[in-house]
Write a protein that binds this ligand. Structure first.
Ligand code: ASP
Length: 317
């Protein structure tokens, strides 16, 4: 049978997690099983695709950072240019799935499917969600329905757009529910919504050797603005402020923001509300601007990519 050829990149997470007993869903070691062990749990996957596997690392996604992201992006790029590969599936932890998904989405033009998946329950648990998520991710990738959408994540029977992916719950099985990221369903693979066309820069990856430091600072009522000076002194080239409401900058932060701008540090006003667009305000400009519909983690990555690629700071917004 001429099945699609899928390259699986296993990176760790709870989907590869193991606990001491089958009832444990919160006490386990993420990134314990290798990619081939994840496939052994779903033998029927071989009826949908011919699969090759690589494993750049096997980590809890809370421990990933810019170096891992670039390594993952290079592995995805290598698979995508291989004529013997029709689609890529990535297994990943849920905690920072949205960062990796956003980065990959901005670096690759739509074409061969790139599908991420994950799990909320460790592989050792009764009713673990990882096996079905991975099986569905392979089915979606093999079907080609996401060829025009850019990067997606298949989680809990739903296809989520990487552009809007956001983990919203600490432990619920449907931890990514409740936003506007769902664009389709995995069984059978189908889309309810058409593709978006965010700014993407497929040529950028080859010129990236590292990503610059960009910090996110969470601002509560009465939070001290001296955190900005600390970030800048530690090398931050841009700062995403996670602000109340519509990216509302407290008066006591104005001076610190001015000082940052004077040192060519970009400042983005994002929101801690978790939903809605942050709109432009008088006083915004090319170095101080609103995050629009990007979440604080997405705004951070958008700035890292723009700075590394010497693009206008707002390029990926
Ligand atoms: N801490 C885990 C991780 O992100 C959580 C998960 O995968 O659900 O790797």
């Amino acid at each position: 049978m001429n099945l699609p050829r899928i390259h699986l990149i296993a990176t760790g997470g709870t989907i590869a997690g193991v606990a001491d007993d089958r009832a444990s869903t919160t006490r386990y070691q993420a990134g314990s099983l290798a990619g081939h062990a994840l496939l052994e749990a779903i033998p029927e996957v071989h009826g949908f695709a011919r699969i090759t596997i690589s494993q750049p690392f096997n980590l809890d996604s809370k421990d990933l950072g810019p170096g891992h992201w670039l390594q993952l992006a290079r592995d995805v790029a290598e698979a995508l240019v291989d004529p013997a590969c029709d689609a890529v599936v990535v297994t990943h932890g849920t905690d920072t799935l949205e960062e990796s998904a956003f980065l990959l989405d901005r670096l690759f033009a739509p074409g061969k499917p790139v599908v991420l998946t994950c799990a909320m329950r460790p592989a050792s648990a009764h009713s673990a969600d990882g096996p079905l998520n991975l099986l569905h991710a392979v089915q979606v990738a093999a079907s080609g329905v996401t060829r025009q959408t850019g990067v997606v994540a298949v989680i809990n029977e739903q296809i989520h757009a990487a552009s809007r992916l956001h983990k919203r719950h600490t432990r619920a099985l449907d931890a990514f529910e409740g936003g506007d990221s769902v664009i389709g369903w995995s069984d059978p693979p189908s889309l309810d919504l058409g593709p978006e066309t965010p700014a993407r820069l497929p040529g950028l990856l080859s010129s990236l050797s590292e990503l610059p430091r960009v910090d996110v600072l969470w601002v509560g009522a009465g939070s001290e603005p001296d955190l900005m000076a600390s970030s800048i002194s530690h090398g931050a080239r841009a700062i995403v402020l996670c602000l109340p409401g519509n990216g509302s900058l407290p008066a006591v932060w104005l001076d610190a923001v001015k000082k940052a701008l004077a040192r060519d540090v970009i400042v983005v006003r994002s929101s801690r509300t978790g939903a809605g667009r942050v709109t432009p305000q008088p006083g915004d400009g090319p170095m101080l601007f609103a995050s629009g519909r990007l979440t604080p983690p997405q705004a951070r990555i958008a700035l890292m990519l723009a700075l590394a690629g010497q693009l206008a700071p707002a390029h990926f917004f």
